[in-house]
Write a protein that binds this ligand. Structure first.
Ligand SMILES: Nc1ncnc2c1ncn2[C@@H]1O[C@H](COP(=O)(O)OP(=O)(O)OP(=O)(O)O)[C@@H](O)[C@H]1O
Ligand SMILES: C[C@@](O)(CCO)CC(=O)[O-]
Ligand SMILES: [Mg+2]
Length: 388
């Protein structure tokens, strides 16, 4: 699993491709927004952003059709286009590209972006894309100003299902835009499938911009999703601080998508409202989640040498996930579709918990190694579903 990676060609028009992974949260979602620790891991499902920057000719572009900022969302089958003159007119003074200095989207900028979205024909059934479009316009104009160009986005990730699609979108787009702006460069390290990996400082910059984009989509993100998408692997995250976790024994998870759509921004706001109604009770819940994440992160790093040690480690991980699920129910973010998956897997003595914001979306089930020894056909059944 590679974090954001990019390739750029600097002859004539600039062309860049970048990708960033989705994630699972093993413990700590929602509580992490309120300062608790959480543990997350990148998964090998990616969002790809490619960007073609057209050379700016006399006036604003290099000819007819090239004086616009375009976005092609391949999975939704929708394309959008804003003439550069319209962008300048709407954003006015707000538009000053400053790729090296990530700054939040101001209320004026957000209002101007909302007006720019009104120009577009977004089908009612896909109105939830507006948040992603706003993040795109903000990142594009903040990093590149009004330079004409076309971005194409495609993703392996289900949108709004808890696997960090919004973060992977913001990270891959920030990576492509910053590379095209010449603000970051790739390091010596080659990642999987020949992708070039950005150097550490460049990743920090990508992460900071992606966080600003996530704020538009999530309202009040903790930063865990963009951080794990940018830096990859398994991390513990607490109050903006990231610790890499070294997992010596593979932990296998089955991901089930309930296909019940939901919106992270609304769920995060719901938990905050519950916390303001019951501050002491919710502080205890968040404290308990923090303890669970701290314990889980230390267990993950233990090296289990034999079958008994592996089973004991997995039993503890499963129990902590089960406890975390109970606390997520206390926060009000479970859902009947999630409970159905929990009951179904429990029939086979398998422990599950929601992952991401809940309210539907995806559920994780820990698959103990022993099951794979004793029920060999399960390998075949789970093939393609298990993310390491
Ligand atoms: N590939 C994409 N293209 C355009 N917009 C996207 C894309 N991926 C995500 N988005 C935007 O992000 C929104 C989904 O973000 P949301 O945070 O609600 O769910 P998630 O990130 O999939 O799950 P979680 O935050 O729980 O991990 C979509 O409604 C859309 O606005
Ligand atoms: C629900 C949440 O904790 C995780 C969403 O993947 C929100 C966040 O941390 O930004
Ligand atoms: Mg999200």
């Amino acid at each position: 699993m590679d974090p954001v990676a990019g390739t750029a060609e600097h002859r004539g028009p600039v062309e860049v491709r970048a990708r960033a992974p989705g994630k699972i949260i093993l413990t700590g979602e929602h509580a992490v927004v309120h300062g608790s620790a959480a543990v997350a891991a990148a998964i090998d499902l990616y969002t790809n952003s490619s960007l073609l920057l057209r050379p700016a000719g006399p006036g604003e572009g290099g000819g007819a059709g090239s004086s616009a900022v375009e976005l092609d969302l391949r999975d939704s089958g929708l394309t959008f286009s804003w003439p550069c003159s319209r962008l300048r007119g709407a954003l006015g003074e707000e538009i000053s590209a400053n790729p090296g200095a990530p700054a939040p989207c101001s209320p004026d900028q957000l209002a101007a972006i909302a007006r720019l979205l009104q120009d577009q024909d977004i089908p009612e059934a896909k109105i939830w894309l507006s948040a992603g479009l706003s993040a795109f316009l903000f990142l594009y104009t903040s990093i590149l100003g009004c330079r004409p160009g076309k971005a194409v986005v495609s993703s392996d990730l289900p949108m709004g299902a808890g696997l960090g699609s919004s973060a992977a979108f913001c990270v891959s787009m920030s990576g492509a835009l910053l590379t095209a702006a010449g603000a970051v460069s790739v390091g010596a390290h080659r990642g999987a499938e020949g992708w070039e990996v950005l150097e550490k400082g460049a990743l920090e910059l990508v992460n900071q911009w992606a966080f600003q984009g996530e704020k538009i989509i999530h309202g009040k993100p903790s930063g865990i999703d963009n951080s794990v998408s940018t830096f990859g692997k398994m991390i513990k995250f607490k109050k903006g601080e990231l610790t890499n976790l070294e997992s010596r024994n593979p932990v296998k998870m089955l991901i089930t998508d309930t296909r019940v759509g939901r919106n992270t921004k609304a769920l995060v706001a719901g938990v905050s409202e519950r916390a303001s109604r019951h501050p002491d009770a919710m502080a205890s819940v968040f404290h308990a989640v923090n303890t669970i994440s701290e314990e889980l992160s230390s267990i993950v790093e233990l090296v289990a040498e034999d079958e008994i040690a592996i089973t004991s480690k997995e039993d503890k991980l499963a129990e902590l996930m089960e406890m975390n699920q109970g606390l997520l129910q206390c926060m009000g973010v479970s859902h009947s579709s999630i409970e159905t998956v929990l009951r179904t897997t429990l029939k086979y003595s398998l422990v599950s918990k929601l992952t991401g914001a809940g309210g539907g979306g995806c559920v994780l089930t820990l698959i103990p190694t022993c099951i794979l020894f004793y029920i060999p056909w399960l390998h075949l059944f789970l093939h393609g579903f298990i993310q390491k």
